[in-house]
Design a protein around this ligand. Structure first.
Ligand code: HMH
Length: 208
């Protein structure tokens, strides 16, 4: 049996992945035509997403072999910085971060919570896919004009690309010893991430 890899997931589902990473929301950011309501909706909901994503990172760390700690701990350190950065961006824009979760963000958060009971190989694949979606989504729509430049740079910068490659290697290592059931679960989770990413852009794009 050939082990499933992250590269195989991407090559088997090009359409799903394209929809996750190319969207009018990002295109309009790049053109400078996104409206403040659309952008601010994304900003607040993504902050709420990242708070739950931080818990996903903690779950992943708890399930990981010690040899994977270094990469995951660097990710945790980056999340500490990212949460503070979101708070600063919200303050600049006079946005409240205690907003209600929109249904799409809620669904994404519930999906992340459901990962706690999944085997490590599935969790590692999910975590990689979520980070890759933002790395590729922002990078392929770069550079962005002000005031969006720093947003595109945050997830599109080369250091973040390197981090996502390390996550891919760790997911591949875990998938190499996963049984068929776990590999199927990893593929389902990958497709779920692709769908939720697309929905998340759409949620912000449709904001009043
Ligand atoms: C919706 N997906 C979404 N938000 C993010 N911040 C990331 C991925 C990357 O962490």
């Amino acid at each position: 049996m050939t082990a499933l890899t992250c590269a195989t997931l991407l090559s088997n589902h090009p359409q799903a992945w394209q929809s996750a990473t190319v969207h009018p929301f990002l295109q309009n950011c790049q053109q400078g035509t996104i409206t403040p309501d659309q952008f601010n909706t994304w900003l607040v909901q993504d902050y709420l997403f990242v708070t739950e994503f931080t818990r996903l990172a903690a779950q992943l760390l708890a399930a990981a072999p010690v040899s994977h700690f270094d990469t995951l701990l660097s990710g945790m350190a980056a999340l500490k910085d990212e949460l503070l950065w979101f708070q600063a961006k919200a303050t600049e824009r006079s946005l409240s971060l205690s907003a209600a979760l929109q249904p799409t963000c809620q669904a994404y958060c519930e999906f992340m919570q459901s990962q706690a009971t999944q085997p490590y190989a599935v969790q590692a694949t999910t975590f990689w896919a979520i980070e890759l979606a933002y790395n590729q989504g922002w990078q392929t729509h770069s550079p962005m004009p002000e005031p969006y430049t720093e947003f595109a740079d945050r997830w599109g910068n080369p250091g973040f690309t390197d981090y996502v490659r390390l996550l891919e290697q760790q997911a591949n290592a875990a998938l190499a010893t996963a049984d068929t059931t776990e590999q199927k679960q990893a593929e389902q989770s990958f497709l779920k991430v692709a769908q939720l990413e697309k929905d998340f852009w759409q949620m912000a794009f449709l904001a009043e």
